[in-house]
Ligand binder design. Sequence first.
Ligand code: ATP
Ligand code: MG
Length: 480
Amino acid sequence: MTAIDHDFAQQRRAEGGALDWLRALPRKLAGVDRRGERTIPASPPIDAAPLLLETVAPPGLGRSSGKEPETDGPRPLSMGAMAQPLKPISLRRDSIYAAFNTAMPVSDRHGLTGRNLELEKLVESIVVQRKHAVIFGTRGSGKTSLARVFGDLADEAGCVALYGSANGETDFETLFRPFLAELPMSAAGREKAKALMSGPFDVPRLASLLVEDVRQRSILIIDEYDRVHSDAARQDVAALMKLLTDLHSPVQLVLVGIASDIDGLIAAHPSLRRHISPQRVSPIPTPELARLLLGCAERASLSIDLEALDMLANAAMGSPYHARLFGMQAALIPEAAGRTRITPADVEAGLASALEDWREVSAVTHGHLARALRDAPHNRRMIALAAVVAAQVYAVSQERLVQAGAELFGPSDRLHGEAADALARLAPALAATSGGESWMFEDTLAPQFLLLMAKRPAHGAAAPDRTEEMRAMLKGVDGL
Ligand SMILES: Nc1ncnc2c1ncn2[C@@H]1O[C@H](COP(=O)(O)OP(=O)(O)OP(=O)(O)O)[C@@H](O)[C@H]1O
Ligand SMILES: [Mg+2]
């Protein structure tokens, strides 16, 4: 697949025809190679060089080793004055960051956990049935990873998959212009494309180029489509999809973005809807997440208690991003203590530190959620259930909460009131979905953290220390 906006990946082509390739797909997804041997995916290389080895850094700020300290001028506060020296960046810590990496989408199909069904469906609807597709889900659910691996499979099936990414400023022209230079076109087409690259164009003009001059099946993957705010641009994209279908173009579009349903990304007319395949990026089943975590721990040369593994996989509630983040934070605890096994206590500590980090970067949302929990100690179970439901089906509604509550806590007349109360208290952190009938967390990473908050005591363990510190600061003030 060729990435349009950032890195450029090598294009691969099928040696046989597309049909042979499709027949082999289930075996490819199962990791079985052509000779019938199961291919063991290689561990991704840990290529980030460690900054320092396991030696303790010498005290002193802003100096590299060996040099004599300068004697003139104000002296910086020496690290020797600190209670503990800064920890060196260890080789193992480096490999933990690399193994649990939360920043990089998966690009290798063997690294993609629990997505075989989604991949098969995408291949079926896009490559075989020639539909457009919309890939949607929560933040960090694995949309980009799925789209990229699909792009590589489509390449292997003989298509040209091109990957680009939208941003808030994107209009119709800037969305498509970067693809023009990469599309496989006739010589006449390349001339026309040059004109479009430097001048204005509209939907019919682009559609006519894509229909008449593209010489090979091509799939344009537009990631981060939720960031396109212009209604006009979105309507033009919908119109382009319809035209491409009606005119039997060899070009198809795949829109990828954060949304609770297809309507959240595209205002599709019913006649276009039939030609779009919706692909929800659902939560990954907990056992698959456990398998993912086990693989990450192995790559970081750590072992993990079964109970600890369960705790991590459950806390992630289907999200590969949270699984990696929580796993990384838990793995750093034994690493700092010079141990090589992750225990349940490490997971507790790791989850607490992941929550603390999230609080730092999402203070407003954290504040809303903390207030909801603090003000409703009698209704914490329903607030926590809202988090679980949101992680599973993305959007929450009073009805869904009552239904889930009846299944989990048993039927009760109180459930309606509890569900309404929970939603009202969480309201500042929620946004209405496109249909307006249910709500999603505005920060779609929040449900996992809300559940962690609901499990922790209402007053955090850090509070007494801080109170003590403040008491010390106020010492000497009258009345204290
Ligand atoms: N199926 C998977 N197996 C293993 N790891 C995965 C899987 N899907 C995603 N990840 C990991 O989860 C993290 C988030 O993945 P990705 O960037 O694909 O999600 P996204 O939905 O595109 O996120 P965003 O909404 O921020 O664009 C990455 O670290 C990625 O490696
Ligand atoms: Mg993404």
